[in-house]
Write a protein that binds this ligand. Structure first.
Ligand SMILES: Nc1ncnc2c1ncn2[C@@H]1O[C@H](COP(=O)(O)OP(=O)(O)OP(=O)(O)O)[C@@H](O)[C@H]1O
Ligand SMILES: [Mg+2]
Length: 294
């Protein structure tokens, strides 16, 4: 476990934070955020709200990075910047050396509230994404096979013909993940994907996600509130300070070997140390702001 304090200027050194990534050809700064600032127009604060300040971050190909911080600090804003759903007020974001100017199929997003279309079946929801990415080059049969494979990957092949209201919240979330994975994105951006689920379902889906990511070697940036989730899943945990003008306070490298087993890790000294470091950051040094608690 190592931590790095992130200064207000300059890019972050990311060498030595590669965790399980053994392939030397992997790009170390697959996603780059350089000096990103986000100022929203707002009615309060003289018409502007400075949400994010001087965000510098590099994410390596195949890396699993989580963003953690108190409510309202700007985690979703940072993820939305990476998704291209919003543009920074200043600074630049790059994915695979190209500027992120809009949403793209190489960056699939899984939102906290499963965003399936209610009038379509599970398979049709996934089909829609598959068609958008591969429709121009592949036959109907190939597209169907992609949908089927993605639903199988998340254990939802049995629900192809069901509509969202006929399945549980955890199942909907799995279909959302299948839809994102089916696009074969270079980057998986997830905003508290398990936030609304009960503890057992959440644990199950975390384990599945770990297996899937190990197979697909995806690059993942995931927002979470959950310290245990962050330590279990991450190569690095990006800890954000409180807003307004939130920034990256510290980055913790989690060097626990993979595959990771939640039961075995519970008593592991390295795991306990990581957990303590995040708790210390969040509650001792950057306690929840009074306004957010009220
Ligand atoms: N479109 C917007 N216009 C004005 N202010 C915004 C806008 N979007 C977000 N904000 C503000 O920016 C700050 C960061 O919001 P964001 O949603 O990124 O926080 P978060 O860390 O994801 O919080 P949570 O953990 O509760 O989801 C908040 O103070 C929020 O009110
Ligand atoms: Mg959020």
């Amino acid at each position: 476990m190592t931590t790095e304090r992130v200064g207000p200027i300059g890019p972050i050194s990311h060498m030595g934070h590669m965790g399980h990534i053994g392939n030397k050809h992997h790009t170390l700064d697959f996603i780059r955020v350089e000096g990103a600032e986000m100022v929203f127009a707002s009615r309060k604060s003289q018409g502007r709200f400075h949400a994010l300040r001087q965000i510098d971050l590099s994410v390596a190909q195949g890396e699993f990075v989580t963003l953690i911080g108190h409510s309202g600090c700007g985690k979703s804003t940072l993820l939305n910047l990476m998704a291209g759903l919003i543009k920074p007020t200043s600074g630049v974001l790059l994915c695979d050396r190209r500027e992120i100017a809009e949403p793209g199929p190489e960056r699939a997003v899984v939102f906290q509230n499963h965003s399936l279309l209610p009038w379509l079946t599970c398979a049709e929801n996934v089909d829609l994404a598959v068609e958008r990415v591969f429709g121009a080059r592949e036959s109907k049969a190939q597209l169907k096979a992609r949908t089927q494979a993605a639903l199988e990957l998340v254990g939802m092949a049995h629900a192809v013909a069901k509509r969202p209201h006929e399945i549980s919240g955890g199942m909907k979330q799995r279909v959302g993940i299948a839809r994102a994975l089916a696009m074969e994105p270079k980057v998986l951006l997830m905003d508290e994907p398990f936030g609304a689920l009960d503890a057992l379902t959440r644990a199950h889906l975390q384990d599945e996600l770990l297996k899937i990511v190990a197979r697909t070697q995806s690059t993942v940036v995931m927002v979470t509130h959950d310290v245990d989730e962050a330590v279990l899943l991450s190569d690095r945990i990006v800890m954000m300070t409180n807003g307004p003008a939130a920034t990256i306070g510290e980055i913790l490298s989690v060097t626990l070997p993979r595959p990771r087993d939640r039961v075995a890790l519970a008593g592991d000294a390295g795991y306990v140390d990581c957990r303590k470091a995040v708790l210390d950051f969040l509650y001792t040094r950057h306690g929840q702001p009074a306004a957010a608690v009220a």
